[in-house]
Design a protein around this ligand. Structure first.
Ligand SMILES: CC(C)(COP(=O)(O)OP(=O)(O)OC[C@H]1O[C@@H](n2cnc3c(N)ncnc32)[C@H](O)[C@@H]1OP(=O)(O)O)[C@@H](O)C(=O)NCCC(=O)NCCS
Length: 171
């Protein structure tokens, strides 16, 4: 009987749900501007962390952030609010994967929850020496996950088109 090596096992495709992650933060005074509103830079840091959680879990390796797509901040969060960040791997390419992070602000006193931001991040899997590693495929199971998978493919094309001129201009 043929047995799978550990390496083959690590490359087995995995469902999106296996690496979906959630992170929560309470907005504290040190996270805010003088008006008590959450700083954009702090939220970007949390988005990066939440995205990395899903990327680590899926790839079972170290990852680095290669890119963060455009970010809109739709509604402010204030001191005392609860910020919830949900992340999932939308699609794997070869050594890179797109992770989507959706951010909500929850005011538990008013029992309100609002969408703050959505972001797409590209992570690249690496080993301890910084060499890129292939990432196992991700299996979308729900209609929403399949839509995100298809959309991620289109976004990758757009990113590639935009990246090439930037790379050339750096030479
Ligand atoms: C991101 C990084 C790994 C890319 O390495 P590289 O050798 O220039 O890239 P390559 O052309 O070999 O591409 C490797 C993969 O990354 C993807 N990639 C590279 N740059 C990208 C970008 N700007 N946006 C999206 N994907 C990108 C490529 O498409 C490729 O994916 P694939 O293997 O799935 O096809 C490298 O530039 C790096 O280590 N950057 C610093 C990362 C870091 O420190 N992040 C923390 C913030 S400072």
């Amino acid at each position: 009987m043929q047995t799978m090596t550990d390496k083959d096992d690590l490359m087995m495709p995995r469902p999106v749900r296996d690496s979906q992650s959630e992170m929560a933060e309470i907005v504290l005074p040190n996270d805010t501007n003088p008006l008590g509103a959450l700083l954009g830079g702090r939220l970007m840091h949390w988005i990066d962390m939440a995205g990395a959680m899903a990327a680590h879990r899926h790839s079972r390796n170290y990852v680095v952030t290669a890119a963060i797509d455009h970010l809109d901040f739709l509604t402010p969060a204030h001191v005392g609010d609860l910020v919830i960040l949900r992340s999932s791997v939308n699609r794997v390419f070869h050594t890179s994967m797109e992770v989507g992070v959706k951010v909500f602000v929850e005011n538990y006193l008013l029992d309100q929850c609002q969408h703050v931001s959505s972001a797409y991040l590209t992570f690249v899997a690496i080993d301890g020496g910084g060499r890129h590693l292939p990432v196992p495929a991700v299996i979308p199971e729900t209609e929403e996950q399949r839509r995100r998978y298809e959309d991620a493919g289109r976004r990758r094309e757009i990113r590639r088109d935009e990246l090439e001129p930037r790379r050339l201009s750096r030479r």
